[in-house]
Design a protein around this ligand. Sequence first.
Ligand code: HEC
Length: 248
Amino acid sequence: MGAYRVILLVTLGVYLLLKGIGFVYGVALPSSVVSMYVFFTFLVTVLIISVTDKGALSLTTPIIEFLYKEEKKKLRKVVFVVLPFVLAFIAYAFTKPSYEEPFTLRVVHPAPPRIVNAYDRNIELEKIKNPIRELTGDAYEEAVHDGGEIYFKNCFFCHGAKLDGKGHFAKGLNPAPLPFTGKDTIAQLEESYVFWRVVKGGEGLPEESAPWMSVMPVWEESLKEEEVWKVVTFIYEYTGNEPRRWEK
Ligand code: HEC
């Protein structure tokens, strides 16, 4: 029997045996174990055959004949020309490059910090209330009106004249400014959360929200605390949204 046939039969035999064990016991051997054993079987069979001169010759003769014999010319052409193309195609098909952007998760509404240091004091977000909501009648209307002025002086470039997040700058920003319209925006947020976001801006965002740079400004630097509450009240009033409240 030719040396190669022996190697093939022994290796195949061991492979089937290992698979058979899994079949009999109902629990398959891990394929990494199977391939390891099969690989070593192959290696050891080659070693044993090549120990004698006769065995070594029986391994090398077919290769030498394939490389030099005149009547193997056609086969050589196939192997050396066609095979690389086939392999190249297989390699390409299996490892096709992807041109898609890498996927990054960004949390749009991260959990807020418990305490925010702003306006020279520590503010416990859970405890603060919007002072504008204590006002009634004309005083309230006036505060909302002020909030509107603050909005159109400071926020609308990004958040849009209709508060829909489509301001003049919006197209160039990533992450884009967020809309305040619709029931799935600020209606889902507590006012203290919105207050925190306005006061601390993009810089104040925790890590899970900052794979990209938010350009949302830190308004603590240019708006007074009362002005922030006014503009927050305005964006709720204008969009017909109610801030989220916990049932008592
Ligand atoms: C330079 C553009 C820019 C301006 C001006 C700006 N914002 Fe923003 N704002 C953003 C961007 C971008 C985001 C989204 C990224 C983020 O969450 O930080 C955002 C997010 C917010 C959020 C969070 C909303 C949510 O659903 O979590 C609030 C609230 C907000 N802005 C309010 C304001 C207010 C009020 C003003 C004006 C006083 C203002 N913004 C001005 C760019 C801007």
